[in-house]
Design a protein around this ligand. Structure first.
Ligand code: OXD
Ligand code: MN
Length: 605
């Protein structure tokens, strides 16, 4: 069993995998609308998806996954490089030969009773010299349909691949073979947690995923290819593959700046990428909401592309207030996963901006009636419930979002959820100071990963902790090396932002969302050289008057948001010194230790 493409190596690989996994049949995906419709029909007929109300939510469906399969599984995610050192202290490592043996055991016969789909996909505009081609083999129709939205799929990719083009092998199975005559019976197929393996072989540029059908574990173009494998490729080739949104901001005078921003999962990247400014005359447009690939142009500036074609956004909390553009993007042709279902077959989730209309079916398939008096009530939508929507449906998508050249990046932001210590915004004094800032990013844990305790703070350098495909110490060094290839006047300016400060009583100090445009305005001005700022031990900071104060934020609050909490910072840096940096041993670049020492000294002065 194989496919008859022009690409002999691909045909041979497909044959080899089909022999191992023993599917009923093999299909080469062509990327057509008819193919997408067919995938959805198979899922609907099999009881895995519910079509939504055609009038309210045309072309859309709802899936509910297994409770063991609702998010990325970081402790089942592996970087299998030849040596443990190459994977580094922040990744799970298994010897590649051993892992392949284990996986081959699991893959043997794992597609019995299912169709094996071969998905040719492009990360980045098809044919662009920045784009990378992947071939995902999967036994999940859900994955094929999601890949249609999240990447560019099909014949046009095969044309670029020709007879000997390069591609990244992405092998996926839900790990649930079917016996003769057996069907899924409406139950989301996956393997038990201890059999889930999200495996990466950076040296051979391969991805082998087994046992999960959900999100980043299964849509292999996203976290696995565009971040973990691409980060290793980028290291070797001298560019950057980053967990960053890309936005375009235009001032009232019509001047454009492009900003890339790294925040850990579920910290509002999609909201920031689609922000509607609350300051008159300013405009923000979206280029990407999760991943940026940045390469130098001939002018010595970094140019970024969004390798994806869709949004796989966190649904709960998304509303007309927090993100009206996301709400417009998901009005049609959208796949919802693990949200609540209303009686008239529409979707609902916590934080959607209105009460649940009547009786719902929750994400676990049970009847659910909102009880606002009951703080303990289990949510109707899983906290990591998602929507998959085509980027082109976003009303504020920037015209250049598919430009193969990418956009020249003026500023890079790092941030995380930090209830204390970290001010609203501060700016690095230099590229390397910015690398230091990125290396110490910390954030309260969210629901985007299954196996972590929500609410506690963990260091998530560059928001890449779960996504860096090699030794994080070498990754820090790579950032420093990339900086050396240009000059400070051409390199993006680097900032650290924190929308999540709280008072001692737990009240938000900053309204966030559209009001974050006030911070973007200062970032813009700093790039132009027109912002008001003061030098502080932690970097440049806006004067209190430099940021337009939003309604409801007192002058006192503003001062607190924009002051340096010396005691808090000294504790922060002590934690970096004692608990974070030692992990990297002698891989930690000296430049970063020098910044730790000098910032600490300046704070003590
Ligand atoms: C995501 C994540 O899905 O970061 O984007 O977890
Ligand atoms: Mn992400």
């Amino acid at each position: 069993m194989s496919i008859q493409s022009k690409h002999a190596k691909l045909n041979a690989w497909v044959k080899e995998i089909a022999e191992m996994t023993q599917p009923e049949k093999v299909v080469l995906c062509n990327g057509s609308q008819a193919e997408y419709d067919e995938m959805i029909k198979i899922c609907v007929d099999g009881g895995l998806a519910i079509p939504l109300n055609e009038k309210k939510r045309p072309g859309s469906v709802l899936f509910s996954s297994d409770p063991s399969d609702v998010a990325r599984v970081e402790n089942r995610t592996y970087i299998a490089s030849k040596t443990k050192e190459a994977a580094g202290p922040t990744n799970n490592w298994i010897d590649p030969v051993e892992l392949k043996n284990t996986l081959k055991g699991l893959y043997r016969g794992c597609m019995k009773g299912r169709t094996m789909y071969v998905i040719p996909f492009s990360m980045g505009p098809v044919g662009s010299n920045i784009a990378k081609i992947g071939i995902e083999i999967t036994d999940s129709e859900y994955v094929v349909a999601n890949m249609h939205i999240m990447t560019r799929v099909g014949d046009k990719v095969m044309d670029v691949l020709g007879s000997d083009g390069e591609y990244i092998e992405c092998l996926h199975s839900v790990g649930k073979p079917l016996a003769k005559g057996e069907t899924d019976g409406g139950k989301w197929p996956c393997a038990p947690i201890e059999q889930k393996y999200i495996s990466h072989f950076p040296e051979t540029r391969q991805i082998w995923s087994y046992g999960s059908g959900y999100g980043g574990n299964a849509l292999l173009g996203k976290k696995c290819l565009a971040l973990r494998i691409a980060s290793a490729v980028a290291h070797d080739e001298g560019w950057l593959a980053e967990h960053m949104l890309i936005l375009k901001i235009t001032s009232p005078a019509g001047v454009v700046k492009n900003v890339a921003a790294a925040f850990p999962s579920a910290c509002g990247k999609t909201n920031l990428a689609m922000l509607i400014p609350t300051i008159p005359g300013w405009k923000v447009e979206t280029i990407g909401d999760d991943i940026a690939w940045m390469k130098y142009g001939e002018d010595g500036r970094l140019y970024a592309i969004n390798p994806e074609a869709g949004f796989f956004g966190v649904a709960p909390g998304t509303s007309d207030d927090s993100n009206p553009s996301a709400m417009r993007s998901i009005e049609k042709n959208t796949i919802f996963t693990n949200v609540g279902l209303t009686e008239d077959k529409d979707i609902w989730w916590e934080g959607i901006g209105y009460d649940a209309p009547g009786k719902l079916i929750d994400w676990k398939g049970n009847e659910w009636v909102q009880d606002k008096g009951n703080k303990e009530q289990a949510p109707a939508a899983h906290p990591n419930a998602r929507f998959t929507a085509p980027a082109k449906q976003c009303p504020v998508i920037a015209p250049e979002w598919e430009d193969p050249k990418g956009v020249a990046i003026d500023a890079i932001l790092f941030g995380g959820r930090r209830p204390s210590t970290i001010p609203l915004v501060h700016q690095a004094k230099s590229w390397n100071h910015g690398v230091f800032m990125g290396s110490i990013v910390g954030s309260e844990i969210t629901a985007a990963a299954l196996d972590l305790k929500a609410g506690t703070i963990r260091r998530d350098p560059f928001a890449m902790l779960p996504f860096c495909g090699y030794n994080m110490g070498d990754y820090f060094k790579h950032w420093i090396e990339v900086g050396k290839k240009s000059t400070e006047d051409k390199l993006p300016k680097i900032f650290f932002v924190n929308w999540f400060r709280k008072t001692a009583e737990g009240k938000w100090l900053w309204p966030g969302y559209g009001d974050n445009s006030r911070v973007l305005k200062w970032v813009f001005q700093q790039c132009e050289g027109t912002g008001d700022f003061v030098e502080t031990p932690i970097g440049k900071m806006p004067t209190v008057e430099a940021i337009d104060r939003p309604e409801g934020v007192s002058a006192e609050d503003m001062k607190e948001l924009l002051s340096v909490d010396k005691a808090g910072w000294l504790k922060e840096l002590a934690d970096v010194r004692d608990n974070h940096y030692p992990k990297f041993g002698d891989k930690l670049p000296k430049e970063l230790m020098d910044f730790l020492n000098s910032v600490e000294k300046a704070l003590q002065a």
